[in-house]
Design a protein around this ligand. Structure first.
Ligand code: PHE
Length: 338
């Protein structure tokens, strides 16, 4: 009986060593240690043995059991460590594979936000006209958002109603115009740049007012830049974005950072629609940016992006745009890029 146990233990240890994965180990475990396993079968016969033999056989059976258990544990740890080491080979995914056909149409895939889609379209047009795209911080200081843009301390744009002031005296930018100043500070003319980004105003919310929206700022500073250049650039942009038949007109208007200043209207559904502010960069603003107004001139314009998105897609409430509501977003799966 003791020989039989020894042979059984030796076979079990061989099989443990030969197991190539955790599933194979489980098979070995139940074959030897399970309820109907071989060690159990030996233990069950102990009662029939001569009383003198029972003690040594029982002890030997328990030792065999412990030896097999220890071997199983050790081999299991070994196999798991090996599997971990091979993870890079066994668990890799090809991140460059296209998504399964139909996944977007079925709504399971993501979609490009209509604001992002328009921003990309506009950036493409600007890039084709030789403009570069710039970014600026959302948290601005008083100087870049107001002071350097010739907005005096008592200007209504600084009113507590409009501006989100932070406790440290900084603010959330209320327009993209500070990017003009930052560009002038760090570059030399010619500067041809646009900034399409998020802006913030402390608005009373309704269907046409959000506190977080988007603007497209553009500016061109060089020698002899004129209003004619500005009209050409804006007309080219609007032809691409709205359509080739769109007509534009300029009305005199006032912004502290341009002189002269205008508003541009476009034809929309048989009527004029107010679209953007623009003008020739004010000499004070050029100076604040470190550019000599006697040598250089420039134009600048700023327009709301959300409004254009609403017109483009017939969205009736601006608050849908930043709501993050998938029921709203799922309408725009058609506007996806390939
Ligand atoms: N910054 C202005 C606004 O927020 C828009 C503007 C930009 C007007 C550049 C003129 C020139 O309304």
């Amino acid at each position: 009986m003791l020989d039989q146990l020894q042979a059984l233990q030796a076979t079990a240890l061989d099989e443990v060593r030969a197991a190539v994965d955790v599933a194979a180990l489980d098979v070995v475990q139940s074959a030897f240690l399970g309820k109907k396993g071989q060690v159990q079968q030996v233990l069950r016969t102990i009662g029939k043995l001569d009383p003198k033999e029972r003690g040594p056989v029982g002890r030997a059976a328990n030792e065999a059991k412990q030896a097999i258990e220890a071997a199983l544990e050790a081999r299991k740890a070994e196999l798991l460590a090996a599997a971990d080491a091979n993870l890079a080979e066994t668990e890799w995914v090809d991140a460059t594979l296209p998504p399964p056909a139909g996944s977007r149409a079925s709504g399971r895939g993501g979609s490009i936000h209509p604001i992002t889609a328009l921003v990309r379209d506009m950036e493409d047009v600007f890039l084709s006209m030789g403009f570069e795209t710039l970014d600026g911080p959302w948290v601005e200081d008083d100087h870049h958002n107001f002071g350097a843009l010739n907005i005096p301390p008592d200007h209504p744009a600084r009113d507590m109603q409009d501006t989100y002031w932070l406790t440290d005296g900084n603010l959330l930018r209320t327009h993209t115009s500070p990017v003009q100043v930052r560009a002038m500070e760090t570059r030399k003319p010619p500067i041809r740049a646009v900034c399409l980004g998020r802006i913030f105003r402390n608005e009373e919310l309704d269907a046409t007012h959000e506190n977080t929206f988007h603007q497209c700022e553009g500016f061109f500073v060089d020698r002899d830049v004129s209003v004619g250049h500005m009209i050409y650039v804006l007309e080219s942009l609007l032809h691409e974005i709205i359509g080739p038949d769109v007509k534009v007109r300029l009305r005199p208007s006032y912004f502290p950072f341009v002189e002269p200043g205008f508003e541009m209207d476009v034809t929309f559904r048989g009527d004029w629609m107010e679209l953007l502010g623009c003008g020739m960069v004010h000499p004070y603003v050029l100076e604040a940016g470190g550019i000599d107004p006697n040598e250089y001139s420039g134009f600048a314009f700023g327009m709301g992006i959300d409004r254009l998105v609403m017109v483009r897609h017939g969205v009736e409430d601006i608050r849908h745009l930043m709501s993050g509501d998938l029921r709203f977003m799922s309408q725009f799966t058609g506007g996806l890029e390939g």
